[in-house]
Ligand binder design. Structure first.
Ligand SMILES: [Zn+2]
Length: 91
């Protein structure tokens, strides 16, 4: 299935879902039943519930981006360890 866009002279654009290749040059407007001419757009094939991992990750990062608390550590410096390690016996 694909979503096709039609334009009604009175109501503006409306969308219809049709099987691929079965979209006619004009369809009746759902609001006023006047014929609307097809508007040529790229077919929206990804709206059928099947999402790629990359698209899902991209959407997640838009809603909940990874937030950092500071700049990355400078090269050569060690990240602070657990403070309890200082109390461990030394050999
Ligand atoms: Zn209309």
């Amino acid at each position: 299935m694909a979503t096709y866009v039609y334009r009604c002279a009175d109501c503006g654009d409306f969308e219809l879902t049709r099987p691929l290749g079965e979209a006619g040059p004009s369809e009746r407007c759902p609001a006023c039943a006047e014929p609307g001419r097809r508007v040529w757009t790229a077919p929206r094939l990804a709206d059928n519930g099947v999402r790629t991992r990359a698209a899902a990750a991209e959407e997640r990062s838009a809603h909940a981006p990874t937030v950092t608390s500071g700049p990355p550590p400078r090269p050569g410096t060690r990240a602070p360890g657990d403070p309890r390690h200082a109390r461990l016996p030394r050999s």
